[in-house]
Design a protein around this ligand. Structure first.
Ligand code: SAH
Length: 460
């Protein structure tokens, strides 16, 4: 983060604007919205700006800027077209540690103004850290259209009940659940429609009957890594969970989308290479839910495809805990799409088979003859360790030695890498390329289509 986002309380605080033209006026408008006490200094000040300042109880000094004016200010904005003067204002403020903004000169800004969506008291501020104000404004437009106009009213209304709800429901997570339910339901609708009396009655009724919510578990597939591949449902549950239990395959950009104050528990392999045993994970989920928490068990890909999701919900069901399962895009779908390899194709493959090479005693023990099939794509979910042995066995069981193979590493992520070769020599290619886990192996004639179909930008 290049800038720290904060909201500045400047009600009745002295703020100085150097400059008296239209740009200065825009900044003054903003300061006055936040009820600052504004002083404008410039040899010439637009008459309407002058009138506005005086009406708000501020001060207009029609003189040349002098450093002495800066001293008592909370904030200073320089909005002149004289860059020498702007620089001087900046230096004077810096010397006194007073936050300063020089309009349109990011190098001369101690703080910058975001794009704003104003649904006071709800205010959304968006910044591109000065890199692309146009992009920030475009994002603002999109958000404007999805945030109901009466959001501010809703926030203000809720604010008036905060103390009462805090008193009645002292437990933070119970209270959070209460508000999450009410802010998305009938209560919010009543407020949006201006029916405040009915909304008040509804809220009082809900408050008197609200129970400690029972814990539950969301078993959520987070896809292969690109956060754009999350489902809406996954995102919603990630953002309402009290605890997130995640493993190694869940990418950082996805973790960044979980609720900020959720407890994050990592159960993947640690440095010492010991994953938390499955049985301990199952018990952890049960315990957290029994404490009344909403637990998001976040997994890479799809939870029911080599994800041990079945074992986890068996335990939850046995303990009588409510759960829901959210499918995710499995590595085979994500990697094949992003690498330009269709898993089936009229001319090359009429079936596709997902196989895991991770075996209990470390040696692959697969139904080899079934795997060797014309017009069938094989997708191996596993590390690269067993690949040499698997390739040998497939050839020994009749696979053509020149059968095309693709290894997709870090599929759908910015560092995706695709290595292609033939089954007889793929193990050597692994060593040459230095390709790293997680890697998915796709075996079949469909791999030949990769050259034609890979979209530009994908590393091969
Ligand atoms: N439930 C997961 C699979 C877990 S098994 C799913 O549906 O995708 C773990 C294996 O998945 C890894 O060894 C690797 O073979 C594959 N995998 C998962 N994510 C991957 C990714 N982003 N790129 C390549 N392979 C991946």
């Amino acid at each position: 983060m290049d800038y720290l986002p904060v909201f500045f309380k400047i009600t009745n605080q002295p703020c100085l604007v150097v400059g008296g033209g239209h740009i200065a006026k825009r900044k003054v408008n903003l300061l006055l919205k936040a009820e600052a006490k504004v002083t404008v200094i410039a040899p010439e000040v637009l008459p309407e700006l002058k009138a506005q300042i005086l009406a708000s109880g501020g001060q207009v000094i029609e003189q040349v800027y002098q450093a002495s004016y800066v001293a008592a200010q909370r904030l200073v904005i320089a909005a002149t077209d004289d860059m020498v003067l702007n620089k001087q204002v900046f230096d004077d403020c810096e010397a006194l540690h007073i936050p300063v903004n020089v309009v349109d000169a990011p190098d001369l800004c101690r703080f910058i103004f975001p794009s704003i969506i104003d649904r006071s008291p709800v205010v959304v501020a968006i910044s591109s850290s000065g890199q692309s104000p146009v992009l920030a404004r475009m994002l603002r437009t999109r958000l404007e259209s999805i945030i109901p106009a009466a959001y501010g009213q809703l926030a203000a209304f809720v604010g008036s009940f905060r103390k009462q709800v805090q008193h009645t429901l002292p437990d933070t997570s119970v209270r959070r659940a209460f508000w999450e339910k009410e802010l998305q339901g009938r209560f919010a609708e009543l407020v949006y429609n201006g029916r405040t009396q009915a909304a008040t009655e509804h809220l009082q009724q809900a408050l008197s009957t609200h129970q400690q919510h029972a814990g539950e578990v969301y078993l959520v597939g987070s896809g292969p890594g690109d956060p754009d591949l999350l489902t809406f449902k996954a995102l919603r549950l990630m953002q309402q969970a009290d605890v997130v239990v995640y493993d190694r395959l869940v990418s950082q950009p996805i973790l960044d989308l979980c609720r900020r104050d959720a407890d994050m528990i990592y159960v993947g392999k640690a440095r010492a290479d010991h994953a938390v045993p499955q049985e301990d994970i199952n018990q952890l989920l049960v315990r957290l839910a029994q404490e009344g928490k909403r637990v998001c068990r976040l997994k890479g890909g799809d939870p029911f495809i080599f994800g041990r999701g079945g074992e986890e919900i068996e335990e939850l069901a046995a303990a009588g805990i409510a759960f829901q399962v959210v499918p995710g895009i499995t590595a085979a779908s994500g990697c094949s799409a992003y690498a330009g390899i269709p898993l089936t194709h009229r001319d090359y493959a009429q079936s596709v088979r997902f196989v895991t090479g991770h075996l209990k005693d470390g040696t692959p023990n697969l139904p080899w003859s079934e795997l060797v099939h014309e017009r069938q794509t094989l997708v191996l979910y596993m590390g690269l360790v067993g690949l040499e042995e698997i390739a040998k066995q497939l050839i020994a069981n009749g696979m053509r030695p020149d059968m095309p193979v693709a290894l997709v590493s870090h599929g759908t992520r910015p560092n995706q890498q695709v290595v292609t070769g033939e089954i007889a020599t793929i193990a050597d290619k692994v060593h040459e390329s230095g390709i790293k886990a997680p890697t998915l192996t796709i075996i079949g004639d469909v791999v030949k289509l990769q050259d034609k179909l890979a979209w530009f930008g994908v590393t091969k």
